[in-house]
Design a binder for this molecule. Structure first.
Ligand code: PHE
Length: 354
């Protein structure tokens, strides 16, 4: 039922077109359609408009098809000429259509390319790369120098017993020298090591001379924080035990190391000191070029015979020397850092400078 109505309406609309009677009337219609078509084609900017144009002019029921239907109403002798004119009109419509179709395709391709364009000159997503902390780097540099000199690297626990931290190092309980190492106790027997010297004992108990080791590591002291003291800091312990070593060898090793680490221009000063586990004992101070302050970088000395005996060595046969070097202080001297606290504050403005 609906279908029939639709068909009817088509017939009606086709019937609306006035039948041509002369070729002149046809020419006039062709002229006005051609003009309208040209104008319409100019404003085709979307695929939808293009499709509407096609239906209006080139469709089965479009303006041109409708004109073709009027051919039969023309006088016989005009039909060939009229057909030619209509074919030309149709060809022009096709031309306009394809030209617009082409340029729309180009435009949309251009649009897509513009949208999908990847600008290879733009900076990428930035993933900041971290790096080793200055202290770690300085510690490794110190390790490298001693590795080149033939030392091994040893390590020991940060949680120690009184025996390794003090007694074996010739510092008996209640000895006033313990005040030098204001220690964090965990309970009656365990403590956070206040220096790396306990590793000396552990190494010597496990090996026989010659012993040539360094022991880098973290230490803890109940020191009040100030520009040169921190409750957490790092030391590199050195121990060399062998027949025939003297203080001259110790001095040479220190001077060689200091020269390797700092290069020219740094001043070094050795002076007498006291440690229960070395005899004689010295301390070493350094001064950066142009600086007025001396900074203590290590305590050192010849290993006390009591310590050698404690670990089962014969002090009549072997001698040795040791030192405990402050890693932060080495970094401070080299990089002109005037406050030890910055190492552990994790302030990126400091950390990223190195
Ligand atoms: N352990 C000492 C300290 O931390 C330093 C030191 C090590 C001194 C070895 C002599 C020999 O103060």
């Amino acid at each position: 039922m609906i279908r029939r109505e639709t068909r009817l309406s088509i017939i009606k609309s086709a019937a609306k077109i006035p039948a041509m009677t002369t070729i002149d009337e046809l020419k006039e219609r062709i002229g006005s359609i051609s003009e309208a078509m040209g104008k319409d084609a100019e404003s085709l900017t979307t695929p939808e408009a293009l499709e509407a144009f096609r239906i209006e002019y080139l469709g089965r029921k479009g303006k041109i098809a409708t004109l073709f239907k009027t051919l039969g109403t023309l006088p016989q002798e005009d039909r060939a000429a009229a057909g030619k004119l209509l074919n030309e009109l149709k060809a022009r419509a096709n031309e306009l259509y394809t030209a617009r179709e082409e340029s729309l395709k180009e435009a949309s391709l251009g649009e897509r390319l513009a949208k999908e364009r990847v600008d290879l000159t733009l900076p990428g997503v930035y993933h900041p790369l971290g790096h080793l902390h200055l202290l770690t780097r300085v510690q490794r540099e110190i390790e490298d120098i001693f590795l080149r000199m033939g030392f091994d690297i040893a390590s020991g626990p940060e949680i120690e017993t009184e025996y390794y931290a003090f007694e074996a190092l010739n510092i008996p309980a209640n000895h006033p020298a313990r005040d030098e190492w204001d220690t964090f106790y965990i309970d009656d027997t365990r403590l956070l090591r206040p220096h790396t010297s306990p590793v000396q004992i552990r190494v010597m108990k496990e090996t026989t001379p010659p012993v040539r080791v360094i022991c880098p590591g973290r230490c803890y002291r109940r020191d009040t924080q100030d520009a040169t003291h921190s409750p957490v800091f790092h030391q590199v312990e050195l121990l060399w035990v062998e027949e025939g070593l003297s203080l001259a060898n110790l001095k040479y090793v220190i001077e060689y190391f200091v020269h390797e680490f700092f290069g020219e221009g740094y001043e070094m000063r050795m002076s007498g000191d006291f440690f229960p586990f070395t005899e004689p004992s010295v301390q070493v101070h350094m001064r950066a070029p142009g600086a007025s302050e001396w900074l203590e970088i290590m305590g050192a000395g010849m290993v006390d015979p009591a310590v050698l005996t404690e670990v089962g060595y014969d002090p009549e046969k072997v001698t040795g020397f040791a030192f405990g070097l402050g890693v932060e202080r080495m970094a401070m001297l080299r990089y002109k850092i005037d406050d030890i606290r910055v190492f552990l504050q994790n302030d990126l403005r400091f950390i990223t400078q190195f």
